[in-house]
Write a protein that binds this ligand. Structure first.
Ligand code: NAD
Length: 340
């Protein structure tokens, strides 16, 4: 059994990770440390051992690993202190504020032999698994255009996410997830990037962004995060050489329209469009297409904590590899740069 101490008993630490860990056999949360007294009280009320200082937690020999779930700017110092104290580390995303910080952390992980693994949990999201499956198995042919969006209307939540010094902003928040999914799926290096960050709400950090990414294999992607969108666009819109798929939301509503017959280009039936007629924009002929529902994909790998346990105990390969995490941070740096 791996005993885990949580550093940062806030939203993610106290709820998400505790619930996730409860489902796994090989790991258990035993204690917590937070700089805020009320969060320590919450951990105590939840039956955990609480530590008044970071060094108290790190010197406890019964703790095998720590989960870092603090604001982003302190991930680096906490990860390095934990590993040099002989603890393995699970770190919330974004792993670090820059590739430079991550390089320092990976060096310490290599030197100490302690595992450093980043919680890129959205690799297990069903909507993503469906699109990844489409990319690999090609039911609508080769995907050549991938649009991945998340839209909300509530602005930037909380306190520290509004501030640059804490690593706030949406590119470092939801952006990390969407870009991680994209790079995990598309098996080709990034060729070109252009991007636009949004500051509609007047914060010092971005409240959303649009990035256009072209891969060397020709795949083009649009990744968008918005926090001022009172009407959402679909979570995924992807085009393959033989069809189009749309997943509207996390409830997996959506559809796939696949070309299954020849389109009779000479006898297209026009539709009335505004004050004119159009054949070009007529719906696809029912004889030439089939509409299919979105079917839940079976996850092909075990969950995050099962993998973490296997990496620590059985030296298994991590599903979230540090070089992948680095590639995402490098892309984020590129997006910040080109959007200036
Ligand atoms: P939060 O503000 O709810 O909680 C952060 C906690 O860390 C607070 O209780 C705060 O007091 C504590 N803290 C701050 N500095 C500390 C320090 N030096 N030592 C110990 N504790 C400290 O924030 P959150 O929403 O839980 O986010 C925490 C981390 O989790 C961030 O890195 C965020 O990006 C990440 N996150 C990941 C996901 C995901 O889906 N993977 C979702 C939300 C947040």
């Amino acid at each position: 059994m791996l005993n885990i101490g949580i550093i940062g008993y806030g939203g993610m630490g106290s709820y998400h990770h505790r619930e996730l860990i409860k489902k796994e056999d090989g790991v258990q949360v035993v204690g917590a440390y937070d700089i805020k007294k009320e969060r320590l009280d919450a951990a105590k009320n939840a039956g955990l051992t609480i530590y008044e200082s970071l060094s108290d937690l790190l010197s406890d020999k019964t703790i095998d690993a720590v989960l870092i779930a603090t604001p982003n700017d302190v991930h680096k110092e906490l990860a390095i202190q934990a590993m040099t104290s002989g603890k393995h580390v699970i770190c919330e995303k974004p792993a670090m504020m820059s590739t430079e910080e991550l390089d320092d952390v990976i060096l310490v992980s290599n030197e100490t032999g302690q595992v450093f693994m980043v919680h890129q949990n959205r690799r297990w999201d069903n909507d993503f698994l469906i699109i990844q499956d489409m990319y690999q198995k090609k039911p609508i042919g080769e995907l050549f255009q991938i649009e991945s969006r998340v839209h909300g209307a509530n602005g930037i939540p909380g306190d520290w996410r509004h501030l640059e010094k804490h690593g706030g902003g949406m590119l470092l928040d939801w952006g990390v997830h969407l870009l991680d999914q994209l790079l995990f799926m598309v098996d080709s290096p990034v060729k070109e990037v252009s991007a636009d960050l949004s500051y509609v709400l007047g914060d010092e950090v971005d409240d959303g962004f649009i990035a256009y990414i072209t891969f060397e294999n020709g795949v083009k992607a649009l990744v968008e995060v918005g926090t001022t969108n009172f009407v959402k666009l679909p979570r995924w819109y992807v085009k393959g050489l033989e069809g189009t798929a749309v997943i509207d939301d996390w409830d997996l509503s959506g559809r796939i329209v696949k070309q299954t017959g020849e389109i009779d280009h000479h006898n297209l039936v026009p539709i009335k469009a505004g004050q004119g007629l159009t054949k070009t924009m007529s719906p696809p002929s029912e004889d030439a297409t089939t509409t299919l529902p979105i079917v839940e994909a079976a996850a092909e790998y075990d969950g995050f904590y099962k993998n973490f346990y296997d990496v620590v105990v059985n030296h298994a390969t991590p599903i979230v590899k540090n070089e992948e995490v680095r590639n995402v941070l490098a892309l984020i740096e590129n997006i910040f740069e080109v959007s200036k």
